[in-house]
Design a protein around this ligand. Sequence first.
Ligand code: ADP
Ligand code: ZN
Length: 732
Amino acid sequence: MSGSTVLKVVIDAPVMASFDYLPPEGRCPQPGQRVLVPFRNGKRIAVVVGLAAHSALPPGRLRRVLSVLDPEPLLDASLLALLDWAAGYYQHPPGEVCAAALPRLLRHGRDTGTGALVWRITPAGLAAREAGEPARAPAQARLLAALADAADGLDAAALAALAGRWQAGMRQLERRGWAGRQRIDPWAAAAGTQPEPAPTPTAAQAEAVAAITAAGGFAGFLLQGVTGSGKTEVYLRGIDVQLAAGRQSLVLVPEIGLTPQLLARFRRRFPAAGIVTLHSGLTDLQRLEAWQHARAGRAGIVIGTRSAVFAPLPRPGLIVVDEEHDGSFKQQEGFRYCARDIAVWRARQLDIPVVLGSATPSLESLANVEAGRYRRLQLPERTAGARHPSVHLVDLRRHVANDGLAQPLIAAIGRHLGNGGQVLLYLNRRGYAPTLMCPGCGQCVECRRCDARMVLHRHERRITCHHCGATRPAPERCGACGGELYAVGQGTERLEAALGELFPGQALVRVDRDTTRGRGEIERRLEEVASGRARILLGTQMLTKGHDFPGVTLVGIIDADQGLFGTDFRAGERLAQTFVQVAGRAGRADKPGEVYLQTLFPDHPLLQTLVREGYGRFAEAALAERRAAGWPPFSYLAMLRAEAPARGPALAFLAAARAAGEAHAMADIRLLGPAPAPMERRAGRFRAQLLVEADNRAQLQRFLTAWRADVAALPEAGRTRWSLDVDPVELF
Ligand code: ADP
Ligand code: ZN
């Protein structure tokens, strides 16, 4: 009898549990449907995640759902199970986890029926407008004018931007026959297009595709191959097989990996597949539409960044994670999940293959290969006969660098430009100089709210903190002694200025966050390089991913030492990945490439192994080191972080948390800390951390579940802002 049914619902709120409600009279919603519920003194949208026969609450305290928002479940059983697992694994409130899986408009109560609907003006509407109608209804006249100007019609979001209450006016226009609605099919235009033919696969590609296709159920693959070795081609072929069988593929790419070029390549290859993208650049309505196409099974391919791992897939066939080592798969705030790890869990749950691709696999994935959990597929050679670049170490102890450039690199730049090549210079530091120093008293200009130096942005005549965003006009003189300040060290802005003086007349393009703020600015700048107009390309991390620069013959790494002495056990791995990714930009076509790497430590064993023996040997050595030191992937970590306006409360909270943890003492759990964070003060808040280390994942999970509840109940918890990060990637 329906009276005995209790609904378990989750609400987007920082609460670890689900809530119990009674179904509305007459009708019981199913798991996956949204409902409107009374919550505290207001109403909230909730998602039903389960039904139960009883509640722990006394019957008198159970409140009734106000209304059911969806005619059928939005989230299917497998997605609900995935979210439930993720909430447990990452120790995060289930309502917030569920919110991460839903487009914003659905979280805010929007109905699902209006997907790709647009309103257009009719011929009668055009005639009416000519005749000056509707004369006495200005709101309708405004809507009609807007429709007359919009060749493709206007969707609900665009209309809402015009007028808050557009629906009433539109109903009148429709009633008079002046406007009509139309459902647009985003793929209608492409359906008639001929697909671009696939190249004949190399033997290694054919073998990889065959292995993936033959999997027949869950299987994890690590597709390893240098940039340009044809990994994307393997994905495309794997996806092709799925499309032919009527199944969907999910492709996850790093944040800046979803380039127009990549998307265009997928579209040319599969013009009729129905390709949707999910990423942060979409409007809410675009995101909702893409999500709906995925959920309805109309989209054969879903390509997206991190959060797309939660895309609904009624007919799943294959999951691909491209550049699986990339840091952007890990969310660093709020719900701190790793999309790559969830992708693997989801593939296992759906019993489909998952392909992790990279030229520089994470040590975690390599360890999974070693342990027999993933199968390695290797693409050894570059296609089209491209050769590997030769690498030169520039010893900065012997060669003085002016504005970041030492003589051997300057000479190489001149040589390559003279031969018609393009040059790429990598420096992962934006601004003009990272430090403003007074030579008189030795003081540096620091941020007032962070333990960090202010970075000089000379063009804007400002100094800015890259941690909290604080900015002020650049001072000329030392605040302490009045001496003249000097800019020490270099960022991309200074490098650009120096190159302009050294190579006058050579067109330069700089790509970093400061030069690419405008919409389409990255694409415009990269196009300058692709077309060959720009001869020198310099920039930050933004250059290392996904882009193809066939004309680049020389890559210069201005400062290899940034990664050698990081505070974190992953610093070396990151440096090696960046190095290989940047170096991979050189000599992609038939021109041999060269890489110059400037360092103060040319004998550093990490650099030596990397340069002489390649990433594979480096990774083996690094894994052996991790095993010896007991770091992941040979142990499992969680980080409890706290911050407060003063040091005391943050550390006191963590000390209490530690004491609470010791009460749950388990043999395989170690608590390290608390300690101040490496950069203790940020944006005026003091930060500290406590590390939990375990020998096995299940133990860690058991410990965290018990411990987190105790931590949340500590009196000190109310005086700090705290968070728990499972599998942290940044140890600060
Ligand atoms: P990756 O994803 O490893 O960087 P891609 O799949 O993008 O490599 O391949 C690099 C280039 O080589 C692309 O221009 C692609 O079209 C081309 N290519 C890939 N496989 C083949 C093949 N079997 N025959 C000819 N060209 C290929
Ligand atoms: Zn700051």
